[in-house]
Write a protein that binds this ligand. Sequence first.
Ligand code: AMP
Length: 186
Amino acid sequence: MSKVVIFLGPAGAGKGTQAKRLAKELNMVQLSTGDMLRDHMARGTELGQQIKAIQNSGQLVSDDIVVALIRDKLSVMDDVRVIFDGFPRTVTQAQALDMLLEELSAPISSVPVLDVPEDILRLRLTKRAEIEKRADDTPQGIEKRLELYRKETSALIPYYEPRGHLYRIDGLGAPEEVYARLKAVI
Ligand code: AMP
């Protein structure tokens, strides 16, 4: 049976970590547009070269590009059991996703929002920069991504809220604790 979960939350909130674990436990597929784009850059594809400077500076890649990546993934699925991680990030992307899901008769099951204060996000992302060496975890890249979440992506909260399946989750504490809170609402 289809199941669609959309993870919202700024960079460093723990979306990737939580989405991976949840996907495994619920037999779902995690779709991270950030991972897909990094994979294109690592392989040096035409798309990878095209988006490299944008992604590395923490800006948003165009809606058309990310929607096409998601459309391709969904089009080969028989049963849509998906956790979206880092998509959608704009209202335009959310509208495109609504259309894709309608075509597939796969309604949204829940939209968890991981809430973490910005000062903690900065600390987490700075720490991650030392370990993962992601090209966009520079001080400027971090600020840009936090700003874009505030200005663009947070508009998705009032977009999904009236539908009644948006859950605010305290993203502070150990991954285990956050996961327990998440499981309680999903
Ligand atoms: P993430 O791994 O989700 O933190 O994404 C890393 C970067 O990839 C973002 O800062 C953007 O440059 C790009 N990106 C990932 N997902 C999207 C999206 N849905 N829309 C636009 N850009 C994206």
